[in-house]
Design a protein around this ligand. Structure first.
Ligand SMILES: O=C(CO)[C@@H](O)[C@H](O)[C@H](O)[C@H](O)COP(=O)(O)O
Ligand SMILES: [Zn+2]
Length: 196
């Protein structure tokens, strides 16, 4: 395959994955919007975590809530647990990398808050540990995964939401994750502002 064909193929695969995801993810995305909006309206906050590209996604989402997405509205309470290098490095250095998010969840999370746990494999130990502590603290979890959801799928409770991209390829999963995050932002804004 020449380079142009290879690139065109990536576009086709990304489009196909998004079409397949639309079939499966619209209903759980609406549930996640309801859950997050209820949390924010009750004075709660959203904590977001993930590794690599998913760390960037966690930050992207938190910035859109704290600052703005597409509509003018008051700032919303969201924190990415991936940004404070002093906290991250000290936990990883003194304890274990598996605890870099869970210790922050233990410090900042309150009952009724939401953890947005992002992992394409569903198997990143530090994201799993954050979910475990979030559930202990009576928070809700929105899990954004792929590849069947891995071990994260097994940890979800009945009031949690699983947003699982039907793909086995990390890049394709991440491309749908970004769309899913923008759907969450748009849905939250539309409920908060009463815009249809
Ligand atoms: O962005 C990419 C690959 O596209 C990578 O940085 C990727 O996010 C990292 O390998 C992560 O550590 C993968 O973790 P996860 O999605 O399985 O939880
Ligand atoms: Zn990537």
């Amino acid at each position: 395959m020449d380079l142009s064909a290879r690139i065109a193929d990536q576009f086709e695969q990304s489009i196909a994955t998004k079409r397949a995801a639309a079939e499966l993810m619209v209903a759980p995305l609406a549930q996640a919007v309801d859950l997050m909006t209820g949390c924010l309206m009750n004075g709660g906050k959203i904590l977001a975590c993930g590794n690599g590209g998913s760390a960037a996604d966690a930050q992207h989402f938190a910035a859109e809530l704290v600052n703005r997405f597409e509509m003018e509205r008051p700032p919303l309470a969201a924190i990415a647990l991936t940004t404070d290098t002093s906290t991250l490095t000290s936990i990883a250095n003194d304890y274990h990398y598996d605890q870099v998010f869970s210790k922050q969840v233990a410090a900042l999370g309150h009952p009724g808050d939401v953890l947005l746990a992002i992992s394409t494999s569903g198997n990143s130990p530090n994201v799993i540990e954050a979910m475990r502590v979030a559930r202990e603290r009576e928070m809700h979890v929105v899990a954004l995964t792929g590849k069947g959801g891995g071990r994260m799928a097994e940890l979800l409770g009945p009031d949690d939401v699983h947003l699982c991209v039907p793909s086995a390829r990390t890049a394709r999963i991440q491309e749908v994750h970004l769309l899913a995050l923008h759907c969450l932002c748009d849905g939250i804004d539309s409920l908060l502002l009463g815009v249809e």
